[in-house]
Design a protein around this ligand. Structure first.
Ligand code: ZN
Length: 324
């Protein structure tokens, strides 16, 4: 976590958000987006996905985006640049691109994982072991060790299997930790969860792996409970959150559905509750303009941006001293 912050937030709009959007977001505009959020104090940005461009043309510029994001991160000390990698080839490209962190995703639901990557979750763990070996080998050569982050998707519900057994989440988490994952995320990929369910799953996770486990919650607002679920996670001790600016990102299985929880609203909630995120809300909300301009017709979500902060609102993070 960045020095002085109480909560670590990660912008996933450029990856999870753009992934389901057909309109190509121009490379220079992706970079402008990263630059503006870095200037707003965003501690981590998932900037792209190292998938074959044939599969997702949106990320055909992954290399260029990383090459631009890394100097921005250097300028904004402590900014973590992360990227998704679906497989060994993606990991190879991600490591070569020099990102700080690579994210791997496996569905807890067997049928969902089979549908998504044609592997059982256990087979995905085996594939991940090869990525760990590659990472370690490259770290020896370069002295630079990329962090490996594993997202357990459909951990709170699945469009194919319905309810997902919390024990299955714990068992899969354990396998990935044993295999060498540095961090884990629990994801409500399709927005099925409610706050009690979130609380009980995170209690089990912390109870099994200890409070020190770097555990992120990744929530979608498909059924309107995203921010309530974020609060539930916060109350069980979660201090790492994924979210996307303006709630960008849909769901391939639910046309028209809202995407990730809205970053601007999440930061508003946390800052209002006295928890420092290090993010300047005014600057963050202003970044929506870049998204709006490049995605005409796309619905931008978020209550704060629509209504503005309440009169007399005092965020927990103070920016007076940070002025350049
Ligand atoms: Zn997601």
């Amino acid at each position: 976590m960045r020095d002085g912050n109480d909560v670590h937030v990660c912008e996933v709009g450029l990856r999870d958000g753009l992934q389901s959007i057909q309109t190509f977001f121009p490379t220079d505009q992706k970079i402008a987006w990263i630059e503006a959020e870095a200037a707003a104090g965003m501690p981590e940005i998932e900037v792209c996905s190292f998938v074959p461009p044939k599969l997702l043309p949106q990320f055909a510029d992954a290399k260029e985006v990383c090459a631009a994001a890394l100097p921005i991160a250097e300028k904004h000390d402590g900014l973590v640049v992360s990227a998704l990698m679906p497989n060994l080839k993606g990991a190879e490209n991600g490591i070569a691109a020099g990102v700080h962190k690579l994210n791997y995703v496996t569905s807890v639901s067997v049928k969902h994982n089979l549908a998504n990557v044609r592997m059982t979750p256990d087979e995905s763990v085996d594939a991940f072991k090869k990525i760990v070996a590659l990472r370690d080998e490259k770290a020896k050569e370069s002295g630079r060790r990329v962090r490996l982050f594993v997202g357990l998707s459909t951990a709170l519900g699945c469009t194919i299997e319905g309810q997902v057994d919390p024990d299955a989440v714990v068992r899969l988490a354990e396998k990935f930790l044993d295999a060498g994952a540095d961090e884990l995320a629990v994801a409500d990929t399709v927005g099925y969860a409610n706050p009690s369910q979130v609380k009980s799953l995170f209690k089990v996770m912390y109870g099994t792996f200890g409070d020190d486990l770097p555990l992120t919650v990744h929530l979608h607002d498909t059924r309107g409970l995203g921010i309530a679920n974020a609060l539930a996670a916060l109350e069980t001790g979660v201090r790492r959150f994924d979210a996307s600016l303006a709630g960008l990102g849909g769901c391939p299985y639910a046309p028209g559905a809202t995407g990730n929880i809205v970053m601007d609203d999440l930061v508003f909630m946390l800052e209002g509750m006295g928890m420092k995120t290090g993010v300047d809300l005014d600057k963050l909300v202003a970044v929506r303009e870049i998204v709006a301009r490049n995605l005409p017709g796309e619905t931008l979500n978020g209550g704060l941006a629509k209504s503005g902060p309440p009169k007399g609102f005092v965020p927990a993070s103070s920016f007076a001293a940070a002025a350049e």
